[in-house]
Design a protein around this ligand. Structure first.
Ligand code: HEC
Length: 270
């Protein structure tokens, strides 16, 4: 008896599943999801190859420093970098004096415990990059973890920065309602195609690199993307090294365990 009840209960659930699947299929065929401009025109990030990619990856510190320069001179006008302290920059090759000078170039809110006031003072190496007061449209996100927070990571940042363009005529022809609203900018790499960020990198030579790398828009975009990989995971190289040491140890331990097994059973098995 119990068996029969169990059988019917199972049958009931199986049929319910089949029915709902069939219903979904019918509604997909009879009223398919409306095509939108995003579906048709959104692009996956363009490939970007960085020295930090892959299991053997190491940062190209020259490039990371160039990327920091781009952040400092361009992006920091709108974007904070709150997870990073100025002294962390020593890890990408700046010395104490340089770090002090960089920190002093930023205005940082300091809380005075005696008066309770918050004053804006020149930064110290122990301070973090300060919040940014932004008056324009939209809200620029903190960039510390952006390469971890977005699908495509560094390649996405690179594509976004180099992806500003005129809205394609084909888009306007098919989706006139998707015209970029005033104050937004068309960018096919951004999820909804229209971003509130004005194109930040517009001209070759916008920054002048100390290592004489030609500062093309493409180069600056790659460099700042490389820098943002570092801000999101400054210990990436340690992780890679620890991974190899761990896997190496595990292989070694496996061999040892196998040899011990052969030894222990040597006179029992032939
Ligand atoms: C004039 C101000 C301004 C400058 C300069 C600027 N941004 Fe932005 N940025 C914005 C705003 C505003 C947004 C939010 C856009 C939105 O949500 O539509 C944004 C968003 C972003 C995003 C997130 C996009 C997403 O997927 O949500 C990234 C990444 C980014 N900016 C990178 C940069 C980099 C790198 C630089 C320097 C090369 C830079 N920005 C310079 C204003 C700026």
């Amino acid at each position: 008896m119990v068996r029969i009840i169990a059988f019917f209960a199972g049958l009931f659930f199986a049929l319910a599943l089949l029915w709902s699947f069939g219903k979904g299929l019918v509604s997909y065929v009879t009223s398919p999801p409306a095509a939108t401009a995003e579906h048709a025109f959104h692009l996956a990030p363009r490939p970007l190859h960085l020295a930090s990619d892959g299991p053997f990856g190491k940062f190209d510190m020259q490039q990371v420093q160039r990327g920091f320069q781009v952040y400092k001179e361009v992006c920091s006008n709108c974007h904070a970098l709150h997870e990073v302290a100025f002294r962390d920059l020593k890890a990408i090759g700046y010395n104490d004096d340089e770090v002090k000078a960089i920190a002093a170039g930023f205005k940082v809110p300091h809380y005075d415990a005696r008066t309770g006031e918050v004053k804006t003072v020149n930064g110290l190496p122990t301070d973090h990059f300060p919040p940014v007061v932004y008056g324009g449209q939209g809200s620029p996100p903190d960039l510390s973890l952006i390469t971890k927070a977005r699908h495509g990571g560094a390649a996405y940042v690179y594509s976004l920065l180099t992806g500003f363009q005129k809205q394609p005529a084909a888009l306007l022809a098919h989706f006139p309602e998707a015209k970029t609203p005033d104050g937004l900018y068309y960018n096919p790499y951004f999820a909804n195609l229209n971003i509130a960020m004005p194109p930040p990198l517009t001209a070759d030579g916008q920054v002048s690199y100390k290592d004489n790398t030609p500062a093309t828009v493409d180069q600056m975009a790659q460099d700042v993307a490389a820098f943002l990989v570092w801000t999101a995971e400054p210990k990436l190289e340690n992780r890679h090294q620890a991974g190899f040491a761990t896997v190496g140890f595990l292989i070694f331990a496996t061999v040892l365990a196998y040899m011990a097994y052969r030894n222990v059973w040597a006179d029992k098995k032939h």
